[in-house]
Design a protein around this ligand. Structure first.
Ligand SMILES: NC(=O)c1ccc[n+]([C@@H]2O[C@H](COP(=O)([O-])OP(=O)(O)OC[C@H]3O[C@@H](n4cnc5c(N)ncnc54)[C@H](O)[C@@H]3O)[C@@H](O)[C@H]2O)c1
Ligand SMILES: [Zn+2]
Ligand SMILES: [Zn+2]
Length: 367
């Protein structure tokens, strides 16, 4: 089958013929129908985040179950439509038992081995001479994947594959950050830095939750236009306007909740500065593995500001993804409008060039 393989950071992805082993115990084979162009893959492509190479990238995907490994089939059957979850769920570790599977201890196994649960891979070069690794237990820039059955979630009828794919990363991350990490956003100001796929999903979540005003901030006017369409009441063009001055003009003493969906030290600092006393920055954006940002100590203490991280929308995907699908089917989350350019898998490098140039909407790859 064909897949997009990262062989060295900084190099374009290579579309290669790779071999995929049959699903092992507790695993399923899924034919990919659509995969989303998320910025997180780009962090691996540039080397900002480390991974074992070669690796098939892509972690935002959806498809159809084609085969079950031994013992699999408790939750899905052949022919079911599924979305892929990029955090493991062992069900037994403290985080899983507490109901916070996004912090499952097997996350470390996925990250350190770039394999599946047992640390081994099901991918290899077509001549069998080298093993190829998995990204986040998913690797969906490919015609097919083998994943743990715990990495799939059922997709209801009426949800198209593109929507199912983006729901399982950009949307659950952005909407989830608002619904799960922000306390009672209704009727209170919410600022969102970054209007890429994740930030726009956060805008939709803010609209759904009744935040007021909803202030979207980006460098790109086309993205800000989309943010307005999804419910932003105000848009700040960070390239041409003084973000802090505009936020203070709109809110007086600042915003009680800021979401950073960029991941740059400069935007994180800006977000902290925009907070009202007792305000909270919910940090979603990722950065280089060694990136840090300075926090003014006295501002933190004297204004009792807080900074919290939010991984995967601080969600419990098995519970929150069905909620997102239900809201989409009820017309409350216009996820079709979040979708940008659709391309064949072979154009994956063009899709990432477009992401870097700032194309509005989530790009989709169709294997
Ligand atoms: N926490 C999580 O679980 C999680 C999940 C998915 C993605 N992410 C991360 O979230 C970030 C966003 O992902 P995405 O796919 O939406 O990326 P994207 O590239 O589509 O969007 C990033 C946006 O930030 C804007 N931007 C860049 N610099 C800016 C600045 N100085 N001020 C204002 N806006 C600026 C860009 O114009 C762009 O619209 C990435 O770092 C990604 O890795 C985190
Ligand atoms: Zn993602
Ligand atoms: Zn676990």
């Amino acid at each position: 089958m064909r897949a997009a393989v990262l062989r060295a950071p900084g190099e374009p992805l290579a579309i290669e013929d790779v071999a995929l082993d049959a699903p092992g115990p507790g695993e399923v084979l899924v034919r990919i129908e659509a995969a989303g162009v998320c910025h997180s893959d780009l962090h691996y492509m540039t080397g900002d985040l480390p991974a074992k190479l070669p690796i098939v990238v892509g972690h935002e995907g959806a498809g159809i179950v084609e085969a079950l490994g031994p013992g699999a089939g408790e939750r899905v059957a052949v022919g079911d439509r599924v979305a892929l979850l990029w955090r493991p769920r062992c069900g037994e570790c403290d985080a899983c038992v507490r109901g916070n599977p996004v912090l499952c201890r097997y996350g470390r196994v996925f990250a350190q081995t770039n394999g599946l649960f047992d640390g081994t891979t099901r991918l290899s070069s077509s001549d069998g001479s080298e093993r190829i690794h998995h990204l986040m237990g998913v690797s969906c820039f490919a015609e097919r994947v083998v994943v743990s059955e715990t990495s799939v979630a059922l997709v209801p009828d009426g949800v198209p594959p593109e929507v199912a794919a983006i729901a399982a990363c950009a949307v659950i991350t952005g909407v989830g950050a608002v619904l799960n990490a922000v306390e009672s956003p209704g009727g209170r100001p919410l600022g969102i830095l970054g209007a890429g796929g994740v930030g726009l999903a956060a805008v939709m979540g803010a609209h759904l939750a009744g935040a007021e005003p909803i202030i979207a901030i980006d460098l790109d006017p086309a993205k800000l236009e989309l943010a307005r369409r999804f419910g932003a009441t105000h848009a700040i063009d960070a390239g041409n306007e003084d973000v802090l001055a505009r936020v203070q003009e709109l809110t007086g003493e600042g915003v009680p909740w800021m979401i950073d969906a960029v991941g740059a030290p400069a935007t994180m600092q800006q977000a902290v500065a925009c907070l009202a006393p007792e305000g909270v920055l919910v940090a979603i954006g990722l950065s280089r593995a060694d990136a840090t940002f300075p926090v003014p100590i006295n501002e933190l203490v004297q204004r009792q500001k807080r900074i919290v991280g939010s991984l995967y929308g601080s969600s419990n995907p098995r519970i929150d993804l069905p909620r997102i699908f239900a809201l989409y089917l009820a017309g409350r989350l216009p996820l079709d409008e979040l979708i940008g350019t659709r391309r064949p898998l072979a154009e994956v490098n063009e899709a990432y060039a477009e992401l870097r140039q700032g194309a509005a909407g989530r790009g989709i790859l169709i294997p």
